[in-house]
Design a protein around this ligand. Sequence first.
Ligand SMILES: [Zn+2]
Length: 519
Amino acid sequence: MRSKGKSRRAAEPRNRLRTEPRGIRAALVASLAVATVGSGLAIGGIPGFSTGSPSAEPPDPYFPAAGSGGYDARRYELALRYRRAPNRLSGVVTLDANAIQNLSAFHLDLRGMKVTGVEVDGEPAGFDRDGQDLRIEPASALPAGQAFTTVVRYDGHPRPYRAPYGGTEGWVRTGDGSVALNEPQGSPSWFPVNDDLTDKARYDFELTVPRGIEAVANGDLRDRSRSGRRSTFSWHGSEPMASYLATVSTGQFELTHTRTAGVEAWLAVDRRFGQRGRRALAVMPRVLRLFAERFGAYPFSTTGGVVDRFDLGYALETQTKPTYPGPPGSGLVAHELAHEYFGNSVTPTQWRHIWLNEGFATWAQWLWAQSRGGQTLSSRFRSLCSAPAGSAFWRPPPGKPGGPEKLFAGSVYVRGGLTLEALRRWVGNEDFYVTLRRWLARNQHSNASSADFESLAEQVSGEQLDGLFDDWLRQPAKPEACERGEGRHGVAAAAPNPSAAPPAHAGGSPKLHPRFSIR
Ligand SMILES: [Zn+2]
């Protein structure tokens, strides 16, 4: 679902608004398009119609090749068949969208895979590919405001995507199946999508796998059937979702349907983990109750978790069903469930605002630890603030990561979390929690920026907070407030907890979890 802050794909010469030849009739254009299905595009321009990429401003400067404008994706239906042994994925993706300008063509993102056919509103459509750009030219141009349905058929051997920060994402084969994790750019490696943070849509999945294998995706399981040697699992996501939060896991899972803290939950645990995997997720009700009490009602109709076995080195907050690379500790469960609020329901408008995800989830993880009798927020603030001013611990500033390779830098998490704690210490608990709740309510299932959060905090507290946010989020140096232990409203006065854990930066860089890093 599109939300505010939408911008458009960078113009490339082939995508510019074309006005030549002028006066060509739409009917002629349509017949040309049909005649060129799958074989390049002979179509000319239509006065008043353009491709969905007319702007020089990309949706996200960190990933200029991703995402496109001109339409609003409303719903994706992913009908996928997968067999692990040959790593063969066949897909039919149906996208319901609305044109938001007159479109002679539009774009999706898809990397690798072979596209075997594209239809728009039941008519064969022309298409061509360049890098991850799948350009689609419907037989009939689409006037602004028109709803249209696109079907893309494709198959091939999905390849993991090596992201700029050094991690691996996308569709990845595991010991007994596969896992698909996409933050920030993995989705186009396994399905055609408008890979733009702000174009949220609803998702349905129909996943067909060999019998004896389970297939899990976002949302709730609506149907499960068998036909011959195959099983099909139908998952439905009720709320809008950013494309990087889509997930599919296949393998030998123990699948449990339950209720946790009043929310319907689906738990998928790799059979090899058995009870150890189930026990790791047993902490979910306590975490969800704490967050509901502090942040407001859980924002989705279902929750859950996937405990799988893979070696990507991170867990991910895939919407309604965080995915863990092994039985997680409770801090990691708290971190990923906090993302259901911060990141999944309220998603940044651009990737450079990633601290709105990671700083908030890190702070929520500290809140969880405090609620369990662990280190208090105040004690943690003081101990983390003891990191020397010259230390890499403080860099990059979380509100200005500097580029896609720094999206998951330790400072985005820890200094981002400290930013929130500094705000709490300055405005006091009451205004702080009102700010968080209003942030979540106002932007539910939508997108927002760091500036939006900063102005909301000022509005709620009635204070000028430019200096605080600038020091913590954008200045490269260690924030001065850290040195002074600045705070008011008594929140800074809490006694140190003698059982407090050593500073997380003790090893030189933040170590957030003993076995794998956190996303
Ligand atoms: Zn995270």
